[in-house]
Ligand binder design. Structure first.
Ligand SMILES: NC(=O)c1ccc[n+]([C@@H]2O[C@H](COP(=O)([O-])OP(=O)(O)OC[C@H]3O[C@@H](n4cnc5c(N)ncnc54)[C@H](OP(=O)(O)O)[C@@H]3O)[C@@H](O)[C@H]2O)c1
Length: 248
């Protein structure tokens, strides 16, 4: 019997890359999926079709999470599409732009926080109102334990999401579990290729990069582990213990 049969999940940023892999993993355990996207409409439709071929129901929904009104409205729209309250929320959509602490302006910080921190907060609040027993999984970044001086605004936004994960885990217990996965070196940033990962593989204790499947499996573990909340799983080949500076 699939472990997530009769559950419905909203996965943000699920048209491609890690979000899509997470959606597929949840679907492989029987969950119906609302595939959120911002600009990748065609990829989102294709991803939803692949999910349907696995035998689950799937819908697509568009929203720009940099816009607070759209972010606040997304949960309701997803619930309407699914026709019942959602059981699982995965906050995977993110922006990852280079910036230095002495260089970024307020607008850059605001944009990173809007998508990476505030949208998960608004979605979580709406989710907690509707969920009977549910769970939230936030996508962090293993680099948040260091000073990522090459992505300063992004780093701050993920650190805040880390703290928010723990605050919400306490605040929303016992009805809703809140956990996180912190990926390390997994996929090259959009626009970069495999050589980006190969150049950094030596900084990872396990001397290689991970795969989308590694991340999806960690999400699935959290999604099916009923006594786990407030937890962060680092899926990074041990990189978070190194204490080296990224981006320098
Ligand atoms: N990839 C890695 O190796 C890695 C490492 C560490 C942490 N992570 C974290 O893991 C998660 C998934 O990683 P990823 O590499 O799959 O992410 P990604 O490709 O950088 O972004 C995922 C999706 O976020 C959506 N997005 C961006 N801006 C948005 C906005 N304003 N409104 C709504 N959606 C927006 C985009 O959707 P559209 O394409 O539809 O516009 C994009 O496809 C992220 O939270 C990331 O920070 C990933």
């Amino acid at each position: 019997m699939p472990e997530l049969d009769d559950r419905t999940a909203l996965v943000t940023g699920a048209a491609k890359r890690l979000g899509r892999a997470i959606a597929e993993a949840l679907a492989s355990e029987g969950a119906d999926i609302v595939v959120h996207y911002r600009s990748s409409g065609e990829e989102a439709e294709a991803a939803a079709e692949r999910l349907r071929q696995k035998g689950v129901a799937a819908w697509t929904v568009q929203a720009d999470l940099a816009d607070a009104t759209e972010a606040r409205g997304l949960l309701g729209r997803a619930t309407e599409l699914a026709g019942r309250p959602l059981d699982i929320l995965v906050n995977s959509a993110s922006i990852f732009t280079p910036s230095h602490v002495l260089g970024f302006d307020e607008e850059e910080l605001r944009r990173q926080f809007a998508v990476n921190t505030l949208a998960p907060l608004y979605l979580s609040r709406a989710f907690a109102e509707g969920a009977r027993r549910g769970q939230i999984i936030n996508m962090l970044d293993a680099r948040m334990l260091e000073c990522d001086d090459g992505h300063a605004a992004y780093h701050l936004s993920k650190r805040a999401l880390f703290t928010l994960t723990r605050m919400l885990a306490l605040e929303l217990a016992p009805a809703t579990r809140v956990n996180a996965v912190a990926p390390g070196l997994i996929l090259p940033p959009p626009g970069q290729d495999e050589s980006y990962l190969e150049a950094l593989a030596d900084t990872v204790p396990l001397k290689r990069h991970g795969s989308a499947d590694d991340i999806a499996r960690a999400v699935l573990f959290l999604a099916t582990s009923d006594f786990v909340t407030g937890q962060v799983i680092y899926v990074d080949g041990g990189r978070h213990m190194e204490g080296r500076m990224y981006g320098s």
